[in-house]
Each structure stands twice: as C-alpha cells, then as structure tokens.
Design a protein around this ligand. Structure first.
Ligand SMILES: [Mn+2]
Length: 340
C-alpha cells in the first residue's frame, strides 16, 4: 500500500515537473587569449568579452556549478621563423602545450572543460589534454572550415587551418616534426570525428576527408536532412559502439555571418542561430559532453558594437545550451509555487 501511494506521489510530482529539471553539471572555464594561429589581431580578446557578457553568472543561474580557471599566460617566443611554410609554429606549439596541461587539470577536477579562444589552433592542446585525461574521445567539429590542412598542403601557412591534421592518428606520417610540438602525439581516430557546417573546404582537405572516410555534414547535408536528422545521425554514429566522452570544438564561424560577423574568416551560407542552438541542446542531452571549445570570436572584426554583441551573445547562448539550457524553459527541481 505504501509502495503504491509512493508511486502515485511520484507520478503527481512528475506531471507537475513536465519540463526537464536542470541537470547538475559543473563547468571549468579556461580562457586562452591566443591569436598566433592566424594573422588578425583581436581574437585574443574573445575570452574576456565572453565572460563580460555574463557567461559565468548565467551558467550559475541555470544551476550549473562554475569554476573559472582564469586566462592562460603564454610565453613570448622571440625567434619564430616560418617552418615548412607555416607561421609562428613555435608559439602555437608552446601555447598548446600549456593549454593541454590546463585542460588535463580541469578534467582531473571533474568539470566539463570549457576553453574560450582564441583562434582554432588551440584545439590541438584542448583535444590533446582532454584525451590525455579521459582516454579515447569522440570529436564533433562544428565549423565553416575543416581545419585539416597539413603544414605541407596549407595555402596560408596559418596553423588555425591545420589543427585536425596534427590530431588524427591516420595523418601521422603526413605531418612533419615541428619545433615545440614534441610534447604531443595524435590522439583522435578518423572514425571518431564528425564535422557539421562545412562550406569552405580546400582541395587537399576534401581529399583527406574522402581518403579517411570522415563523417561530414556539410551545409548541403544540413539543408537536405535538416538539423534534427543531422544530430540524430551524428549521435548514432558516434555512439554506435562504445559511448566515448564527446569533445565539441565549435568555431563561431560555423554560424552565418549575418548573426556572428565578428570573426576572422566569415563565410556566407552558414548555420542559423536556431540550428546552432539545436546542435548544442541535443549534445547536452546525450550526457556525454565532456569538453567544449568556443573559438574565433574576434571583437575587433565587428564593424559595429551591435555586430560584436550579436557574435558574443550567440557564443554565450551556445555555451548555455551545452550545459542544459533548453528553449522550452527550465526550472529548479525543488521549485515551489508560492501559496496565496
Ligand atoms: Mn575553425
């Protein structure tokens, strides 16, 4: 009898709480004010602008525990001549070494790591550190670009267009040994990588993605399938065998530049704000999201304050969704209606 009434009480409670309760999560935030993986100044101010838009407070308001590890300080590399056509290799190698260690510390403290960039070369250290702490990962790379040039295929010599080639086991023999990179080894299998949002892919990159059979949802596929099907297929694909922790590497230029113009290499025809939120809401609900990069927010690239605000605000909204915020609304599990 007591069992039964307890069950009825549970059912009543459940019907009162039909919107999903806020998940208990904790975010460990690392600022990485680094811009030497590309040539435009300003992207190093991204982390502080994202914090100033209220990221920490808003995460706390939605029931998420937050620890801010502050901004990393990167050592000045004075002699940094190009190597095999790539620029500032030593600075990128050294910064990513530091970042890898910082991400490992955040994971050992038990948080979901949040790396605020900075340019996308930082994914090298972020993904390496994440993998060093938790083992094999799934990587979801949301970006207009594939960032999988090797130093020998890159047209620009910018390392923010190369990070995935350093990280993939399958490309080990195609990436030359570089100064200040001896600390890192590839740690991602092509089978465990999914791209969403691609629309500006170099020929060599396209060749690599086909050669390795990487799962790609370009903007054409997003148009064709719709974002809900894309996320369903992404999660089925990544979780088909073992459920590995997921690393989300989100380049703000994946979103259409009409929404997020303050970024270094905008490309028209991107994800809508709603598609971006759908991706992050859906990932959050898998319970497997273990680290997030939010990179390439460059406040100096906005032509107006409104453009900067829209870009930074979108970055914040994407991160809130990673930690359980859904558009239908949330309420704390101990919420009580006030009695008159
Ligand atoms: Mn990128």
């Amino acid at each position: 009898m007591r069992m039964r009434s307890a069950r009825i009480l549970q059912q009543v409670k459940r019907s009162l709480h039909h919107s999903p309760p806020l998940p208990q999560r904790s975010a460990g935030i690392i600022g990485a004010p680094f811009s030497k993986g590309q040539h435009r100044g300003g992207v190093e101010t991204g982390p502080d602008r994202i914090r100033a838009a209220g990221l920490l407070q808003r995460l706390q308001q939605q029931g998420c525990a937050v620890k801010d590890y502050g901004n990393l300080e990167f050592e000045e590399v004075t002699e940094d001549e190009p190597v095999r056509g790539s620029s500032r290799v030593r600075a990128v190698g050294s910064a990513n070494h530091r970042l890898s260690e910082a991400v490992q510390a955040v994971k050992k403290d038990g948080h979901t790591a949040v790396m605020l960039g900075g340019d996308h070369s930082l994914a090298i250290g972020s993904i390496h550190g994440h993998s060093a702490a938790v083992g094999p990962l799934s990587v979801l790379w949301v970006d207009a670009h594939a960032d999988v040039n090797t130093p020998l295929t890159s047209y620009t010599g910018n390392l923010h267009g190369q990070p995935m080639s350093y990280l993939l086991h399958e490309l080990r023999s195609k990436v030359p040994a570089l100064p200040n990179f001896s600390w890192m080894k590839p740690c991602v299998s092509a089978r465990d990588l999914v791209y969403i949002g691609l629309r500006d892919v170099d020929p060599a990159e396209h060749y690599i993605l086909k050669l390795l059979g990487v799962k790609v949802f370009s903007m054409s596929q997003v148009d064709h399938l719709g974002v809900a099907r894309v996320m369903e297929e992404t999660c089925d694909y990544l979780c088909s065998s073992v459920k590995k922790p997921i690393h989300l590497s989100f380049d703000i230029d994946a979103i259409d530049p009409s929404i997020t113009p303050a970024t270094g290499t905008p490309v028209v025809g991107g994800l809508t704000y709603r598609e971006g939120l759908y991706i992050t809401e859906h990932l959050s609900q898998t319970g497997l999201l273990s680290a997030v990069d939010l990179v390439e927010v460059n406040p100096l690239r906005g032509r107006t304050e409104d453009e900067v605000r829209s870009t930074v605000g979108t970055a914040v909204d994407l991160l809130l969704a990673c930690f359980g915020r859904v558009r239908e609304g949330n309420h704390p599990s101990d919420y009580h209606l006030p009695d008159p």
